[in-house]
Design a protein around this ligand. Structure first.
Ligand SMILES: [Zn+2]
Length: 73
């Protein structure tokens, strides 16, 4: 399903495709490019925390590593 997420920084609404009813991870505003950590439970946005660019890169890196690991298994 698609969930609407309003960017706390610029108030632009973006859509986020949800695979499961809960999600905890990264979201980046398509307009102002601000990175956030979002938490979704039962198709509802529970929290949206701003993330520093540095932290975002680190998380992306970790995710890439995990995906890489998965592929090699
Ligand atoms: Zn924004």
């Amino acid at each position: 399903m698609m969930l609407k997420i309003k960017c706390p920084k610029c108030n632009t609404e973006g859509s986020f495709s949800l695979v499961e009813s809960s999600y905890h991870g990264l979201y980046r505003c398509w307009k102002c490019r601000a990175p956030f950590t979002i938490k979704i439970e039962n198709n509802e946005l529970k929290s949206c925390e701003p993330l520093s660019q540095e932290e975002f890169d680190k998380q992306q890196e970790m995710k890439a590593l995990r995906d890489k690991f998965k592929r090699h298994n």
